[in-house]
Every structure is written in C-alpha cells, then in structure tokens.
Design a protein around this ligand. Structure first.
Ligand SMILES: O=C(O)CCC(=O)C(=O)O
Ligand SMILES: [Fe+2]
Length: 202
C-alpha cells in the first residue's frame, strides 16, 4: 500500500453545539491509526450495497461493512443482514471508544470512502432500531473530510467539522431527530478515508 501521509487540518466551525456533538481529536496516534486503517481496509468484508432512498434503489457511493453481536441484526438500512462477528481490531477500537462514550455498543458500521467521489448524502440515523436519542460514536482514519450538519427545518443553520485522522466524534442528544448530516463529494484530489460508526441496535 502506498505510504499514507496525513496532516492535521485547522478550521473547525466555531460554536459547535456541545449538546449534540463531542469531538475528540487524536484518539489514535498517527502511526497506530495508519496501521489500523491499512489492516481494516484489507481485512473487512466490503460490500457495495443497494439501499432504498425515497423509494428508489440506489447503490451507495462508498463501500460498507457491518460487524457486531448476533442480536444486532434488526438494522433495516442494511436489509436486516446479520452482522459479521467482531474482529480483534474492531474490539480493541470499541473498548477505547466505550471508555470515552461511557456506553456499550453492540455493532459497528464501517464506511470506506475510496476518493473524493465517494460520499454519503444528507441523512439522519433515526431508524427505530437505534432508539430515540441514539449515541453514535464515529472514528475516522485517513483523508480529512468535512462532516456537514444542517438543521432539518432551517437549512441555513449548519456547521462543518473536519474529521481528522485518528479522531472520535460522538453524536448524541437531538442530533438525529433535528439535524441531518453528510460527507459531500469533493472535486479536490482525495485519498482514502475509513470511518467506523459504533451503534446500539435494539
Ligand atoms: O463517514 C462519516 O463520517 C459518517 C457516516 C455516516 O453518517 C453513517 O454511517 O451513517
Ligand atoms: Fe449517519
């Protein structure tokens, strides 16, 4: 694999609502993050999934992989597929994340954005299977991408967070109820980015 080189980037939007988002850079060191990213990209069972969006079937513009406890199958976005069993790397990352988030997660969705063409459209993770005020812990490796959030009723109310290599973003409170989020496509040259969202599926 080509040598990865990531730099911290400045420029977070000031005034992020702390009741909704908790951003912790450097959960993993540069080197540990690079090692984990390389292994997870190599070893995960990636799928190019077809999802329903506004009644149309579309292929997700990124690769995904779904791991967790066997009980965490009730996640309809992925067609109620049973999660794959936890791997040692995923369990290690989960332990680190749980110490900070203060809750236990039973599943993780991995997203692999191969370049700037890969993205996730505006959405909120408000499925019934995630409960009403889900805590979702999101770990990022690789290319810094903007995580945009916008208020569902007032689209002018928006923020962007630059999700840095090795960072943790905890989404909580009313975020999924009142806000949408996305990773937009970019026309700038972009390397790969790996994101892990730890979830509690009920
Ligand atoms: O890649 C990210 O940072 C966000 C992914 C996301 O929103 C999701 O998996 O629901
Ligand atoms: Fe999401």
């Amino acid at each position: 694999m080509e040598q990865l080189s990531f730099f911290k980037e400045e420029g977070q939007t000031p005034g992020l609502p702390v009741s909704l988002l908790d951003y912790r850079p450097e959960l993993f060191s540069q080197e540990e993050g690079e090692r984990l990213m390389e292994r997870l990209i190599r070893d995960s069972e990636w799928k190019h999934r077809v999802v329903k969006m506004y009644d149309k079937e579309v292929i997700t513009p990124r690769l995904t992989a779904w791991y967790g406890d066997p009980e965490a199958y009730n996640y309809t976005i992925l067609g109620k597929s049973a999660p794959l069993p936890w791997t040692a790397d995923l369990l290690m990352i989960r332990r680190k994340v749980e110490l900070i988030a203060g809750i236990s997660f039973n599943s993780v969705l991995l997203n692999y954005y191969r370049d700037g063409n890969d993205s996730v459209a505006w959405h909120s993770d408000n499925e019934k299977a995630l409960g009403t005020h889900p805590v979702i812990a999101s770990v990022s490796f690789g290319q810094v991408r903007n995580f945009d959030i916008r208020n569902k009723t007032d689209h002018g109310l928006k923020y962007a967070i630059r999700l840095e290599h090795g960072s943790l973003l905890i989404m909580k409170g009313d975020l999924q109820a009142n806000w949408d989020h996305r990773i937009a496509k970019s026309t700038k040259p972009m390397k790969g980015r790996l994101n892990l969202t730890f979830r509690v599926v009920i």
